[in-house]
Write a protein that binds this ligand. Structure first.
Ligand SMILES: [Zn+2]
Length: 415
């Protein structure tokens, strides 16, 4: 009994000190959004102009999603991050003033575009703006005129090359990566391409993109201001913001820690991807992705799966393997979470901003019940898990002091 009282007193003392020391962190973490219905998002970058094969593969991917249903019988939905155009290389080379020219998705790749439209009607695809193109137009035009060896693949086969074959610095959109360190677009250049992208996106899909994710995760606060000015109020991230690359080509982060629900300087809402399913890279697969999804679930966070187009558009064997893995991943998540809800990124952004409003798929007119949140003591377990996974010093202290035991019991009791 005495030993218990001594231990309890020591714990109380440590807790009081930590509470004073870390009060702003605890308060901020407690005030974040906690979901009782777990939103599951499939974020897939780079869908846009490409071979007819891409359209067929996309259709097969969407068919697979149709077979997965959530707690309100909604099918799994692909948030397809759309690249609206590719360079028109013949026109660029023929232009005596060296200007950039582009071919839009519907002209360059009608099969892909039709597959997207069908997916939208069926409710398994929601488009989201990725970029007007997945490169810097002016820099690309300059390299075309110079017949620069870095774009040799594009010049050799202007009809069939893919921008993914360019060196990574050349794939940034809001920076000029033809020189290092990269140079950010000036305000006027950026406004022109963002306004045009918003206009073209709306023409192609019938509704504006209220959310976006920057190509190569490269953007800065000026771009955010312009997105806001052009109606984009939700920003998808990987948990940080990079405003450029340095002399060696390494990314430079100017915001190193973004949480889902944080608000940008321009009053936009940030979302965060927290599950990597990029099996073609060989770094992660359906098993590691499932583990990451369960970590997010324990913290009552949205499960936001990143899976790029290239996982599904290369060889038949790679496609089969990626699709089977995704199918398995969704089945495993679904069997572990009773209150699972499939949503698209713009819908989640709107839902976080307006708690009790219905979820609206603006692209096909469907709507769904709002997502329920946790409140009061029901937040305690996921709150403790957030502290545990994010803050190694607090975790170490919990183990060294033995506080991990009562914390573990609380997590079991309240979840
Ligand atoms: Zn991309």
């Amino acid at each position: 009994m005495t030993l218990f009282l001594i231990t309890f007193s020591v714990w109380l003392l440590i807790l009081s000190v930590v509470l004073v020391w870390k009060y702003p962190l605890f308060k901020r973490t407690w005030q974040e959004v906690y979901f009782a219905d777990t939103p599951v998002l499939i974020e897939s970058d780079d869908w846009g102009p490409g071979a007819a094969l891409h359209g067929q593969r996309l259709s097969q991917l969407l068919k697979c999603l149709e077979t997965h249903k959530d707690a309100v019988n909604r099918a799994a939905i692909l948030t397809a991050d759309i690249v609206l155009s590719v360079p028109d290389i013949d026109k660029i080379i023929a232009d005596p003033e060296g200007r950039y020219h582009r071919k839009l998705l519907n002209e360059a790749s009608p099969v892909v575009y039709q597959a997207m439209l069908l997916g939208i009607i069926k409710g398994v695809l929601v488009p989201q703006l990725h970029g007007l193109e997945h490169l810097n137009g002016q820099a690309f035009a300059k390299l075309c005129q110079l017949k620069d060896s870095r774009i040799a693949c594009a010049l050799a086969d202007p009809q069939h090359w893919e921008w993914e074959s360019l060196a990574s610095p050349l794939q940034g959109h809001y920076v000029d990566g033809s020189v290092l360190p990269t140079e950010a677009l000036n305000q006027e250049q950026a406004q022109t391409i963002i306004a045009l992208a918003v206009q073209r996106f709306t023409e192609l899909f019938g509704y504006p993109s209220v959310s976006t994710v920057a190509p190569c995760y490269l953007w800065n606060s000026t771009i955010e201001q312009l997105w806001q000015k052009n109606g984009i109020s939700v920003i998808q991230t990987a948990g940080y913001r990079c405003d450029g690359r340095d002399k060696q080509g390494s990314y430079h982060q100017d915001l190193s820690l973004i949480r889902a629900g944080d608000i940008s300087e321009s009053a936009q809402l940030y979302l965060v991807r927290n599950v990597m399913y990029e099996p073609v890279d060989g770094n992660n697969d359906a098993i590691t992705a499932y583990q990451e999804a369960m970590l997010a679930y324990a913290q009552a966070l949205p499960i936001s799966i990143s899976t790029h187009r290239y996982n599904y558009t290369r060889t038949e064997a790679e496609f089969d393997s990626s699709l089977q893995g995704l199918d398995q991943l969704l089945s495993n998540i679904s069997s572990s979470i009773a209150r699972l809800r499939y949503v698209a990124s713009p819908e989640l952004g709107e839902q976080i901003a307006k708690e009790h409003s219905a979820i609206e798929n603006h692209f096909n007119g469907a709507d769904y019940l709002p997502l329920k949140r946790l409140s009061g003591l029901n937040k305690l377990a996921p709150f403790l898990w957030r502290l545990y996974y994010r803050h190694p010093k607090l975790k170490l202290l919990a183990y060294l002091s033995g506080l991990i035991m009562p914390a573990g019991l609380l997590c079991r009791y309240f979840r």
